[in-house]
Design a protein around this ligand. Structure first.
Ligand SMILES: [Zn+2]
Length: 261
């Protein structure tokens, strides 16, 4: 079976769209420069396949459902330096297709911004950024609007709370798909997902439809305790992300952050 290689025009377009800069947000190495021969240039980047070019062991992220045209189409390519291309192919679990697509999207947006900015802004933008920062911001913005995480327990309608935790689960799952397994955000997202699962299983046998604020109802007490545990786990991770990436947290959400003594 032959490899579905990119055509020369596809390779050139991929390189140009990336400005010949490696699309790994933590790398951004320049991949073109002068050759000793004044008539030549040296290209050290590569048009890498997001989903492998050929069925077989040495074709990471191979997708059998792709057609040959899709496999060699520009949408299946990403511009990387040689080191990064090697790295993503040696560990496909750590670098799934979803992550590479996210790199490409972010990188092309970054290049587009560079095109419109002056020198000073360009230098600022060239500082290493990671996909983790963007996704952490997205996550905290999302949490800022989730009242189940911070509203007074007395105001909680358990069924609404349950639905809101379901929505949080969906968002966390989406974010998880875009991350490599070795990243610290992936581990945090995984732990928050586990907290959501625990929340659901603990409340499984309670009739949430009719449960309302009542401090002498054991079911209500269980609901409050379970929700407190969920908030505690989220509070720890939100505080760490906010400190690490200097992300602002809304005043409501700040209530669940652990207090540092
Ligand atoms: Zn690179």
């Amino acid at each position: 079976m032959s490899r579905d290689n990119f055509t020369k025009p596809t390779i050139k377009k991929l390189a140009e769209r990336a400005h010949y800069i490696c699309s790994n947000p933590e790398c951004k190495k320049m991949t073109v420069g002068p050759h000793a021969d004044p008539n030549k240039s040296t290209i050290t980047g590569i048009a890498a396949h997001i989903c492998g070019a050929k069925d077989g062991v040495k074709s990471p992220r191979y997708d059998k459902d792709q057609t040959s045209d899709e496999r060699k189409g520009i949408n299946n390519g990403i511009w990387l330096c040689h080191d990064c291309s090697d790295m993503v192919d040696k560990d496909e679990k750590c670098y799934p297709a979803t992550l590479l697509r996210q790199w490409k999207k972010t990188h092309e947006e970054f290049i587009k911004t560079l095109q419109t900015k002056g020198f000073a802004s360009t230098l600022e933008l060239l500082k290493p950024t990671t996909i983790e920062i963007d996704l952490s911001k997205q996550l905290i913005n999302f949490f800022d609007d989730r009242r189940v995480l911070y509203d007074l327990f007395e105001q909680e309608i358990p069924l609404h709370g349950l639905r809101s935790v379901l929505a949080i689960r969906t968002e966390l799952t989406n974010i998880k798909k875009q991350l490599g397994q070795a990243t610290s955000l992936y581990i945090k997202v995984d732990q928050m997902l586990a907290a959501c699962r625990k929340f659901h299983s603990e409340l499984n046998d309670i009739d949430l439809d009719h449960l309302r604020y009542n401090n002498s109802d054991p079911d209500w007490i269980k609901f409050v305790t379970t929700l407190s545990e969920l908030r505690k786990v989220f509070g720890i991770h939100i505080l760490e992300l906010s400190n690490k990436y200097k992300i602002q947290i809304g005043t409501d959400l700040q209530q669940i952050l652990p207090t540092i003594t």
